[in-house]
Design a protein around this ligand. Sequence first.
Ligand code: AMP
Length: 135
Amino acid sequence: MASVFSKIISKEIPCYQIAEDKDFIAFLDINPNSIGHSLCVPKIETDHFLDLDKNIYDKLMSFSRNVALAIKEVVECKKIGMSIIGLEVPHVHVHLIPISNMEDMQFINKVKLSHEEFELLAKKISTTYILFNSI
Ligand code: AMP
C-alpha cells in the first residue's frame, strides 16, 4: 500500500507544500514541534534512509539544505535542527525543525496552527525557496 507521503506526492491527499523538484518534495509537518517544522521526502518510496541509492541520499541532503535555508530566512529561530526518524511513516523523510532549545527536537511539545496559518507560512517559505533557487 502506498505511504501517506506517496499519496501526497501523487496529489491524492493535500499538503502545505514548500518546495518540489524532479526527485523530492518538501511540505510542512502537520503536527509540528515548532513553527516551520518541515519534511523533505524522496519521490521514490523507500522505508529506511540507509536503503536509498547513495546518489539520491546525497541529493536529498542537498535539497534539504536548500529548503532549510528558506525556512531559516522566514522563521525566527537559533538554528534549523535536522533528524531522520521514520517510526511513524515508513517513507524516508528529513525533519527540518526550527529550534531555540533542545526541547524543540524532542517531539513532545507541539504547536497548533490554523489552516490559514499553515497556508500563509507555506507560501512565505515557498516564495523564499523559489527566490533563493532561481538562477
Ligand atoms: P516519523 O515517521 O516518526 O519521522 O514521523 C512522521 C512525521 O510525519 C510526524 O512528525 C507527523 O506529524 C508527520 N506527518 C504524518 N502525516 C502527515 C501529513 N499528512 N502531512 C504532513 N505531515 C505528516
